[in-house]
Design a protein around this ligand. Structure first.
Ligand code: HEC
Length: 162
């Protein structure tokens, strides 16, 4: 009876050891593969990258309040499933994005995310920082994407003048 208990304890401890050991092995493998992804190179100045998609050039002027309002409504309806302004959620925090990325890049990311995450170096990098989550193609119009850009510009404008 006592011997049976000892054997049982031995088995439990032994199994626990094997299980721990193999999970730390997995952890190491995950670390190695994520560091391999993060070495994918991005262009030296991200603002030179216009992305891949229908938008070749965007003319920006003074911020247009009507467009901001439209963009804010679309943002709250369609984008907050995955984004917050101030903190990372499923995707990156979007405050500051108009300082980090070219306006064309932002619109192409909204309109053509599937191709962007395959081909654009910055977008590929962002996927690896988002645990593999990918930006959804919401099939918006160019006008909607332009309104969203204006909203994001307004967010960054007000945060920089505070
Ligand atoms: C299903 C979740 C999801 C939805 C919905 C979504 N996004 Fe994203 N977005 C992401 C993820 C994840 C990334 C990071 C890139 C990647 O992994 O594909 C991202 C990246 C971005 C980027 C680049 C951020 C940076 O730091 O450069 C912008 C801009 C963006 N999204 C805007 C939007 C807008 C605007 C909408 C609404 C029209 C939207 N997203 C809807 C998940 C989403």
């Amino acid at each position: 009876m006592k011997k049976g208990l000892n054997t049982l304890l031995f088995l439990i401890i032994g199994f626990g050891f094997v299980a721990c050991n193999s999970s730390s092995q997995k952890g190491r493998q995950a670390e190695e593969s994520s560091s391999a992804i993060s070495t994918a190179s991005a262009p030296t100045n991200p603002l030179d990258d216009k992305g891949v998609g229908p938008i070749q050039s965007v003319q920006l002027g003074a911020i247009q309040p009507e467009l901001v309002k439209k963009g804010e409504a679309i943002f709250n309806e369609k984008c907050t499933a995955c984004h917050r302004l101030d903190s990372r959620y499923i995707g990156p925090a979007l405050k500051g994005v108009t300082k980090r990325q070219a306006p064309e890049w932002i619109m192409n990311m909204i309109l053509n995310p599937d191709v962007m995450i395959q081909q654009d170096p910055i977008a590929k990098q962002l996927v690896s920082e988002s645990n593999g989550a990918v930006m959804a193609n919401l099939h918006l119009s160019e006008e909607d994407a332009r309104a969203l850009l204006e909203y994001l510009r307004a967010v960054d404008d007000s945060s920089s003048s505070q």
